[in-house]
Structure formats: C-alpha cells, structure tokens
Design a protein around this ligand. Sequence first.
Ligand SMILES: [Zn+2]
Length: 237
Amino acid sequence: MLVDMHVHCTELKNLESYSQGYLFVCVAEELETSRAVVELSRRFHFIKPCVGIHPWNIARSSIEEARILMEQAVSDNVKCVGEVGLDSKFLPETLTRQREVFKVFLDYAKEYDLVLNLHTAGTHREVFQMLKTWRVEKAYFHWYTGPEDLLKELVDNGYFIGVNPAWKIQEKHYKIISKTPLDSLLTESDAPYQYKGLSLKPELVNDSLDLLARLHNLDRRVVEEKIEENFKRVFKQ
Ligand SMILES: [Zn+2]
C-alpha cells in the first residue's frame, strides 16, 4: 500500500481512482473541508480524516470556531488534527492569532490522544517546544524543511517526518530525508499543490519509495512495508 500522509482530498478531482492500493490521510483547511473529509472517510475505506484550520485561514476564523470543530471531531471519533500549526514564513501578520487557535488544537490532541498533522513553516522549533509543553505524543511534521539539529530531537521524541516529492528539486528537503531514520518517516504528496513547476500528486509517493530504497540499500517492497508499519504505528492500529 502507498501511504499518503498529507493530501488535500477535497481538491482532488479523481479521488475514487486511488481506492485500490493507497492509504490516504486527508487534511482539511477550515470548518467546511473538515466536515467534508469526515464525510469522505465514511464513503471510502482508504481514507482517514484530519480536521482543523490551516494557519493560512486563521484571519477568517476564531478560537470559538476551533472549539466547535474539535467538539464535533471528538463526537465523530476523528483521530487526526490537520492541517494545523504555525506559519511565520508566509503569514507572519496573523502569528499571534495562529498561536491562540493552535493551542486549542494542542489541548484536544493531548486530551484525546490525537495525531497532529503539522504545518510548521518558519516555526519548527516553536512548534516542537509547544508539543513538549503540552506533552503531545503523536505528531507528523509535514514536508519538513527545518533545521537539521532539530531533526534529531524530533526523532528522539518519536515524532514523524514527512517525505514530500519536492525532494526532486528542493535540496534542503532531500538532505533531511537522507538523514532521517526510516522508522521516523512517512510519505506524502500534499496534492494538488504546485511547487515550482512540480505537480504534487499521490502517484509520486512511488518515486519517494524508490529513493528511500536506494538511500537505505533495501528492496523497494521492504521500504513500502516499513512505511505502512510506521503509518499503523502513528495511528496505533
Ligand atoms: Zn498541505
């Protein structure tokens, strides 16, 4: 099975075509897409929903909205929160509000033992410190491009690092992937995002698995199984 740990399913046109051979973790961007991914997970067995408010949408949302969203998620038995986090790189002007809303998600993640599907552009260390303060155990750093010295701390704390196909053109990300133990990695696409001319799509998870097989000198099938195991571990299946 190909694991896509971070995909914007409500924006994918041909979602059903992935129903064989893929495991999707569908992230949401606000209230409406949070409802939509939960609905999708009821229709399709290969989908796990994450609910949340993307840091880029914080200006249009509130702490109250985050609470309402999470209360609904708890009653729907949702196990993952995302895409959530902090962004000081692209949206520094709402950072104060971002922190207030993110704290709501941390509270719920701690109380209900949820997986955090994290966006941490420019804020890797701050988000890591918050996870430690809240004693959140299950977190996934989507498309990690943070400091290499922080990487070891993330791994030592049992957090997972996202392998995005952007490694094909983004040297910093390639370096991160090559330095992370296989036990701490999960594959993703972030589809349908466009990154510097690269169309990110779930099929590219194949290329990431080939890369990991080369880097670790393992059979490609072994790597695929390993990533699936990591997926089960983060969701404690
Ligand atoms: Zn994303």
